[in-house]
Design a protein around this ligand. Structure first.
Ligand code: FRU
Length: 483
């Protein structure tokens, strides 16, 4: 088999493992000018198995250096998801007074199915790890699903805080040294979606509309795959207040709010210890879905991450909404191809016809005037294949339709159309599309909604066109870049 054939779906600018299986991002931490990305990894198989932490580092969030496996199973079990922090003040005593990295993760005992929380530390910027001799540091007889610790330093109470998934809620713990933990509270009963088990929580404060005097807490939690739920696994978010012990949701959190309306953004969490001068909250998700993750048609590797995204809180329709934008670093990888403003659909199509590309970005703005039903782009097209990304005026919704996107028959729930409703009073519709060899990410309403979907088109499906149902004209501004 030719290399080309093996690698035809290999993302060009999204992270994917060098070989074998990958799921959740783990241990996201910034230290000594490196972004660390650890990840759930089975180094000996193309499906989930004996889980390890794989490892990669980057200086720009876009290009990654693969490093050896960081954590391997031991007598306490497999290494499930978790986080990492910089222990700046050596609260653990592991670092002789200097700062160092500590990983906090779940040990999953494959025989008893017991789940416990453990820690490990590194003296060499995450290259090698020493497991703490007192592991596990938290156990429970109460919960079978008890995992995915996310830890951060809570300055007001001067303690470490852990948020941990416990069945269909989360538990908060606190600690002064990352070794001894005290239970604080539980959150989640009777609020939000309980379509599946809760996994991979994250909790952080963000300024509302950039105003540092108005902080709100954002709580992310992923919901596992359940056969009756057509969407498979997905992620919800809440906003509220956190005092170091208890999370109190806002009024707006009484309604379920999804992080992404596509099928392929799961178990995402944010980087810890990004320097204050930078100040961003950067998120990455696993670009797949437990519904079909182990059947996707890649060879030799399986699983990729979303584009890293900056998260902000912005006032939209009277509430603080979680906004996602691809990190600015992406823009350094752009080669401008096209910048056009006009109305005639056929003129735009003449320009798009020449762009026979696999990996690109489109940034567009439209004025959905009277008489138009729907409009958008057809990507990666050929006679047999197309992925449609656009806006339905009637439903006031953006959508990605991957029904005919290429190879879709590996799972009955893979093909389909996924949409997100936007406030109907939008005067201009902004669409931003990021297309890699096997994915489409659509951002609309200036980051208000995201749709992340995997696609497996043939490498020769390179067509690109614009459609506008109901009219031959629509006011547009379109920019296109090669990535
Ligand atoms: C989420 C998850 C986590 C778990 C890990 C195992 O995708 O199920 O809850 O720690 O994957 O790989």
């Amino acid at each position: 088999m030719s290399i080309l054939k093996v690698e035809k779906y290999r993302p060009k600018f999204h992270f994917s493992p060098a070989a074998e299986w990958m799921n959740d991002p783990n241990g996201l931490v910034y230290f000594n000018e490196e972004y660390h990305l650890f990840y759930q990894h089975h180094p000996y198989g193309m499906e989930m198995g004996a889980m390890h932490w794989g490892h990669a580092v980057s200086r720009d969030l876009m290009t990654w250096e693969h490093l050896p496996v960081a954590l391997a199973p031991d007598e306490n079990g497999m290494i499930f998801s978790g986080s990492a922090v910089v222990d700046w003040n050596d609260t653990t005593g592991f670092f002789g007074g200097k700062p160092g990295l500590v990983a906090i993760f779940t040990h999953h005992n494959g025989l008893t199915l017991n789940q416990t929380q453990s820690i490990a530390y590194s003296h060499d910027s995450g290259r090698t790890w020493i497991k703490y001799e007192g592991n596990p540091v938290i156990s429970s007889d109460k919960y079978d699903d008890f995992r995915d610790p996310k830890v951060f330093w809570h300055e007001e109470t001067k303690r470490w805080v852990m948020v941990l998934a416990c069945g269909q809620t989360v538990c908060f713990y606190h600690s002064t040294n990352l070794k001894e933990w005290t239970f604080s509270s539980e959150f989640g009963k009777g609020i939000g979606s309980h379509d599946g088990v809760w996994e991979c929580p994250d909790l952080f404060a963000l300024p509302v509309d950039g105003d540092k005097t108005k902080l709100k807490w954002v709580f992310l939690v992923s919901i596992g795959n359940e056969p009756d739920i057509k969407e498979g696994s997905r992620t919800q978010y809440f906003t509220g207040h956190f005092d170091g012990r208890t999370f109190m949701p806002d009024e707006a959190s009484q309604t379920i709010r999804w992080l992404d309306y596509g099928r392929d953004n799961y178990a995402g969490v944010s980087w810890s210890d990004i320097p204050e001068e930078d100040g961003r909250r950067i998120y990455i998700g696993w670009m797949s879905n437990w519904r079909y993750a182990s059947t996707t048609p890649t060879k030799s590797w399986r699983g990729a991450m979303t584009i890293p995204r900056e998260l902000t809180l912005e006032s939209r329709n009277g509430e603080a909404a979680l906004i996602q934008r691809p990190v600015l670093e992406l823009e350094k990888f752009r080669t401008p191809l096209l910048e056009v403003e006009g109305e005639a659909v056929n003129e735009l199509n003449l320009l798009l016809k020449d762009q026979q590309l696999v990996t690109y970005e489109i940034v567009a703005e439209f004025e959905p005037v009277q008489g138009i039903d729907s409009f958008g782009f057809k990507l990666r097209t050929s006679q047999q294949e197309e992925t449609v990304a656009g806006y339905s005026v009637k439903e006031s919704a953006v959508f990605v339709d991957r029904t005919r996107s290429g190879v879709v028959d590996f799972h009955e729930h893979f093909p389909g159309k996924h949409q997100a409703v936007l406030p109907p009073d939008l005067q201009y519709l902004q669409l931003r599309l990021i297309v890699d060899r096997s994915s489409v990410e659509l951002f609309a309403g200036d980051g208000l909604v995201a749709i992340t979907d995997l696609i497996y088109p043939s490498p020769s499906s390179l067509g690109l066109s614009f459609f506008c149902n109901g009219k031959n004209e629509i006011p547009y501004k379109v920019k296109m870049y090669k990535l």
